[in-house]
Design a protein around this ligand. Structure first.
Ligand code: AMP
Length: 288
């Protein structure tokens, strides 16, 4: 008996910015809507959720895999960033991604990228404080991507909530027509936010890592009861035995500035960054 293979989509991989630009221009002429999901690869279910959402809202989905050197403030993080292009490509193909964009930095940044931005309060504290230059690198690459691809919609995870605020800022600042879509964080069964960096965790660290989520959930139960800064300090201390915490902050979801009382914000949100061994984990959660 002849067994027929299920029909596999075939995704096109393009690394040249000029080629993908002209390819997309042709598709747009045909009236196709383009959704874009930028990633740094080492894909997981969190990324795939963005691709699936983009797929459901557009005719064509472009995913980029580019480990952006400009957004790494520590050379060693860039060097050990997981590279799994073959597996990534297969995963993308399976979920029906149409185009994979894999630019080289020399081409993407052929023109000197802009890096002098004035983000305002959204880039004061948290990732901006602990990763100096990180958001300038993020803004630079997003500016490049949106100019090259001009997607109708671009999809970003709330996992990197402060980054999402920066992306919205870039869109406004440079008047891009692209709609920026924020998507919920995908977690594993213990609550650990999916992350490419989880590939670097040892088996025994996995369960420990979910403590971050448990502490954020605990914060939800203390809203209106324990003052935000007291609660944040308590949780920071609770992380110490197993982690090397950098920050545990309760901030307003719009300004991203710490709040002193619950009355100060109608969208309080908790943000955490902590090292587990040599792996830096970040997460955040709405407290309402
Ligand atoms: P990265 O490859 O880490 O740069 O992430 C690419 C995109 O995927 C960013 O918009 C992230 O916020 C998003 N992302 C990463 N992890 C998750 C997750 N667990 N759930 C939802 N989105 C995510």
């Amino acid at each position: 008996m002849l067994l027929l293979k299920p029909d596999l989509q075939s995704m096109i991989e393009i690394s040249s910015p000029l080629k993908i630009k002209s390819h997309l221009a042709d598709l747009k002429k045909e009236g196709k809507k383009v959704g874009f999901v930028p990633t740094m690869g080492a894909l997981h279910q969190g990324h795939l959720a963005l691709i699936k959402r983009a797929k459901s809202e557009n005719d064509i989905v472009v995913c980029s895999i580019f480990v952006n050197p400009l957004q790494f403030n520590r050379k060693e993080d860039l060097e050990k960033y997981p590279n799994r292009l073959k597996e990534d490509s297969e995963m993308l193909n399976k979920v029906g991604c149409d185009l994979l964009f894999t630019p080289q930095k020399e081409e993407l940044y052929a023109e000197q990228p802009k890096t002098d931005f004035n983000f305002g309060s959204i880039a004061v504290g948290m990732e901006a404080e602990y990763r100096p230059g990180h958001f300038e690198g993020v803004a630079a690459v997003i500016e490049r991507f949106l100019s090259i691809l001009s997607p109708d919609k671009a999809y970003f995870g709330e996992k990197d909530f402060q980054q999402l605020a920066i992306v919205r800022w870039v869109k406004e600042q440079f008047n891009f027509d692209t709609e920026v879509v924020g998507c919920q964080t995908v977690r594993d069964e213990n609550g650990l936010a999916m992350s490419s960096r989880n590939y670097l965790l040892e088996e025994s660290q996995y369960l420990i890592a979910s403590e971050i989520y448990k502490l954020m959930k605990y914060c939800q139960t203390k809203v209106g009861e324990t003052a935000p800064q007291v609660l944040a300090k308590e949780c920071f201390e609770k992380l110490k035995p197993n982690f090397k915490p950098e920050y545990f902050e309760i901030v307003d979801g719009l300004t991203l500035q710490p709040i002193k009382s619950w009355e100060e914000s109608n969208q309080p949100r908790v943000f955490v960054a902590a090292y587990l061994g040599s792996v830096r984990l970040i997460d955040n959660l709405s407290l309402v």
